[in-house]
Design a protein around this ligand. Structure first.
Ligand SMILES: Cc1cc2nc3c(=O)[nH]c(=O)nc-3n(C[C@H](O)[C@H](O)[C@H](O)COP(=O)(O)OP(=O)(O)OC[C@H]3O[C@@H](n4cnc5c(N)ncnc54)[C@H](O)[C@@H]3O)c2cc1C
Ligand SMILES: NC(=O)c1ccc[n+]([C@@H]2O[C@H](COP(=O)([O-])OP(=O)(O)OC[C@H]3O[C@@H](n4cnc5c(N)ncnc54)[C@H](OP(=O)(O)O)[C@@H]3O)[C@@H](O)[C@H]2O)c1
Length: 477
């Protein structure tokens, strides 16, 4: 309590907080910290010149309403006690130990920027991409521009996984480009999609329709695309008693199963022109990717093993190979089996779960000893929980992390290092200046934002994303 008073009464010694990552977890953490601690000064750093994480580079272009949360995040960044510093990469611009020297509290909220891998033969063939790369590409992420997926040499794509990301990428491949043209989709992606010859998409799950990871609203949307015929084997929809037990306690999955059952019974729409097919395939796990005989190093299909489900614990069934195999021929594969966080030097990391070990947001170097967390180091969002949950989930996650910080401040757990004033933002800016790191402020971002909106308005789009670092910097210089 004494320590808490020393922060709140000495304005020259603010509580210096650095949040790494400007996605939902980072912004919700900043918002909660500023509210809970009137003497806190919060700096949000991001490796990109643009803020908002997956709200900008993940959420699908045809879901503009989801991106409205950006207004709330902008109001946080505009507060006097908050600042955004883009183009600051934890790990290359600055190390974790340096950041901890500069700030009393460091909250890591840098998400999950890699992919789970299948570890099966052929995974590196051309034409096999992760959904993350594909999403970055169509959303104008500066690191996604070079993907250049070949959508012209094939009429068939296979998507592995049946979560909401899988539905997003399937929808982008199938939706008429006239509908995408008025979204904030990157212009390079729209041009490629306009020339796409992909007509058939397989969405393949290793388990059954009762276990599909997508949610009902997103499923209803893709089932409703007007030029797409849906194919589902009715026999796959039969429920075992264990499935029925699972569905009883899960309203969303029950709804998903109902929607799939209805779609399986529906007649093809036959709208004629530009007709496309979406096949939901269940109980198949990828065994290997096949190489094309005509195009060396290029994928030509996926070799699947049929599966059966086996209960491992109450309410949880896993897919087991049945020894029967089947191929699906295709010219492109998108692996949508989940994102993965990556560690930085000096950070405790659970490689198996792909998260930072933590006790309600407090980073633990020894997970078996939650009573001794890392001093002043916290975690939030996908890096804390793993790569699941919608934007709103990160609000609760941030509340938990901030309440751990508040508790540690109140109980004096942060006293030894943080009773001393810390350099915070000034120290960070000096260090970055010495290293020739060109930082991007929130007002710089506002210039980018205006320019993107201006470019978009002439094309009937909400914005035209500047998709390279060069274009972004040109706008603010
Ligand atoms: C394709 C896709 C679509 C989605 N669509 C929806 C949707 O429609 N609705 C919904 O509610 N949820 C959606 N979600 C889920 C939602 O986006 C996540 O729950 C949320 O973004 C996770 O927040 P986060 O802050 O942990 O990570 P992120 O949003 O990924 O933010 C992490 C930030 O950290 C930065 N960063 C990474 N590494 C470093 C580093 N070394 N140094 C500095 N900064 C770094 C990144 O640039 C990024 O800005 C979607 C997810 C995906 C993948
Ligand atoms: N509109 C929205 O609200 C929206 C949009 C996009 C994303 N999101 C959210 O973002 C989060 C991440 O979505 P996500 O789709 O990446 O993840 P997800 O929901 O966890 O789905 C992952 C999918 O990959 C499958 N999978 C995992 N490992 C596999 C393997 N080795 N082989 C074959 N299949 C495998 C899973 O099958 P099993 O079930 O068998 O493991 C599941 O079908 C989710 O919480 C999602 O709801 C929301």
């Amino acid at each position: 309590m004494m320590f808490c008073l020393s922060f709140s009464s000495i304005s020259s010694n603010p509580l210096r907080v650095c949040v790494v990552g400007s996605g939902p977890a980072g912004f919700y953490t900043a918002e909660k910290m500023l509210k809970a601690h009137q003497q806190a000064q919060v700096d949000i750093i991001d490796r990109l010149p643009t803020p908002f994480g997956l709200v900008r580079s993940g959420v699908a272009p045809d879901h503009p309403e989801t991106k409205i949360v950006i207004n709330q995040f902008s109001r946080v960044a505009q507060q006097e006690r908050c600042s955004f510093l883009g183009n600051v990469n934890l790990g290359s611009s600055i190390s974790l130990s340096e950041l901890r020297e500069l700030y009393h509290v460091v909250v890591l909220a840098y998400g999950a920027e890699s992919d789970r891998s299948l570890g099966i033969p052929g995974e590196n063939l051309k034409g096999v991409h992760s959904a993350r790369e594909f999403v970055w590409w169509y959303n104008g992420h500066p690191d996604g521009q070079n993907l250049e997926p070949d959508l012209k040499s094939t009429d068939t794509a296979v998507i592995l996984g049946q979560g909401n990301v899988a539905l997003d990428v399937a929808r982008i491949l199938l939706r008429p480009t006239t509908e995408l043209a008025t979204t904030d989709i990157a212009s390079h992606a729209l041009a490629t999609l306009e020339e796409s010859s992909i007509r058939v998409v397989y969405l393949v799950g290793r388990r059954g329709p009762a276990q599909a990871a997508c949610t009902a609203k997103e499923l209803r949307e893709i089932l409703g695309i007007h030029n797409v015929d849906i194919f589902i084997q009715e026999s796959d929809l039969l429920l075992t008693p264990v499935d029925e037990e699972e569905l009883k306690s899960n309203r969303i999955q029950r709804r998903v199963h109902e929607l799939l059952s209805k779609a399986a019974r529906s007649k093809p729409k036959h709208t004629g022109l530009n007709q496309r097919e979406l096949h939901f395939v269940f109980f198949r796990k990828p065994n290997s990717f096949q190489e094309s005989k005509e195009r060396a190093d290029h994928v030509s299909g996926v070799h699947f093993e049929k599966t059966v489900l086996q209960g491992v614990s109450s309410g949880k069934q896993i897919a087991i190979g049945s020894g029967e195999f089947e191929d699906i021929k295709c010219g492109m594969v998108l692996k949508s089996i989940g994102y993965k966080s990556v560690p930085v030097d000096g950070l405790p990391f659970d490689h198996k779960r792909g998260i930072v070990p933590n006790d309600r947001g407090r980073v633990l170097s020894d997970p078996s000893n939650p009573l001794v967390p890392e001093n002043g180091l916290y975690v939030c969002g996908w890096l804390k929980r793993g790569p699941t949950g919608i934007i709103g989930t990160n609000l609760y996650c941030a509340e938990e992390t901030v309440s751990s910080i508040s508790e540690d401040l109140e109980k004096g757990r942060l006293i030894p290092s943080s009773a001393l004033p810390k350099p915070g933002r000034e120290g960070l800016l000096q260090l970055l200046h010495d290293r020739n790191v060109r930082t991007v402020s929130f007002s710089d971002w506002e210039k980018i934002d205006s320019e993107e909106k201006r470019l978009g308005s002439s094309r009937n789009k909400p914005r035209e994303k500047l998709a390279t670092r060069d274009e972004l910097y040109k706008t603010i210089s």
